[in-house]
Design a binder for this molecule. Structure first.
Ligand code: UDP
Ligand code: MG
Length: 309
């Protein structure tokens, strides 16, 4: 098997028929042997049944049916654990990543690159999605050693050895493109088209997006903790100076109550700084907690189309 395509699916019934048709057409025209693994991430619509039909139509179609909703990246991991291709492609099920663009990625892999990321030429999402995304791309660039133009683009291709390394990682809540980048010896990027969501709505709300980006930052760098320690250090120097001044005034000018609100303001600032610090440590401790618990990352209800299963 030369190419495996892994597609996470969560409530995408309206997109699947067109996706399947365009994917088959595009992959058949490349002329390499290929398979597709759909991972049904606990869809509550008809996605499961539709995928089952696809698997009946062609024997290079495989389906992993999850017991519940475990998240896009976990779904991709489950697919990765069962691929048989030498090159693995990921893409979204909502047709935002045109299947016709897969060839571009595969050509780049043939040139010898082991992790090929797509970056979206013209991103077709709302401003509400694009601007926060610019901010997190910027933060990731400053805080981690991961260099990519467009971390949010899931149209990507990996050499088998990268995928093998990813599935050996015993982490929870991982961010696959970034993880792949850290394992790659020769990463590359190509420009890809992007479309507006074909049907249905985005599965990410603001909260989920914030969580995903916390995972990205805390999973790949300790810089936030270091920045925090430094801030705490500077704040304590400033506080020390303030205490010195106030003591001086207390002894040489007598007790005074003016400026009490200024002091409150300073106190509130310092307390909030402390709270951020506790939260930050909590993020890292939470990651450790999840790994220590060692619960299964996902639970499979059924697999379809895999040999002997
Ligand atoms: N997805 C998933 N599980 C989830 C959320 C999303 O498998 O819990 C899939 C979804 O079906 C789609 C892909 O991940 O194929 C990307 O999701 P979406 O298009 O909603 O994200 P966006 O494009 O808005 O970032
Ligand atoms: Mg989408």
């Amino acid at each position: 098997m030369e190419v495996s395509v892994v597609i996470p699916v969560y409530n995408e019934e309206a997109n699947l028929p067109e996706l399947f048709e365009r994917l088959c057409k595009s992959m058949d025209s490349i002329g390499k042997s290929w398979e597709v693994i759909f991972v049904n991430d606990g869809s509550r619509d008809k996605s499961g049944e539709i995928l089952r039909e696809f698997a009946k139509k062609r024997d290079n179609v495989k389906v992993i049916d999850f017991n519940g909703n475990f998240g896009q990246h976990t779904a991709i991991i489950a697919g990765f654990e069962r691929v048989s291709g030498q090159t693995i492609v990921t893409l979204d099920a909502d047709l935002q990543n045109p299947p016709e663009e897969i060839k571009k990625l595969l050509d780049k892999v043939d040139e010898g690159y082991d992790a090929v990321g797509g970056y979206r030429k013209q991103r077709e999402d709302s401003a509400m999605r694009r601007y926060p995304s610019k901010v997190v791309n910027y933060l990731r660039d400053k805080m981690t050693t991961i260099r990519m133009k467009d971390q949010g683009c899931m149209l990507r291709a990996y050499h088998r050895k990268i995928v093998d390394a990813i599935i050996q990682t015993n982490e929870r809540s991982m961010f696959i493109p970034a993880l792949a980048y850290t394992f790659a010896s020769n990463p590359a990027e190509v420009e890809v088209e992007h479309a507006a969501r074909n049907a249905g709505e985005s599965k990410y709300n603001l909260y989920k997006l914030v969580r995903l980006n916390f995972d990205l930052i805390t999973g790949f760098t300790l810089v936030p903790l270091q920045v925090f320690t430094l801030t705490g250090f500077l704040a304590s120097i400033a506080s020390f100076c303030l205490v010195a001044i106030l003591l001086f005034r207390r002894f040489f000018m007598g007790s005074e109550a003016e400026g009490v609100f200024t002091l409150f303001a300073i106190l509130f600032f310092l307390v909030s700084l402390t709270m951020i610090g506790i939260g930050l440590i909590g993020e890292y401790v939470g990651r450790i907690y999840q790994v220590v618990q060692a619960r299964p990352k996902y639970i499979i209800k059924e697999t379809i189309g895999f040999d002997g299963k």
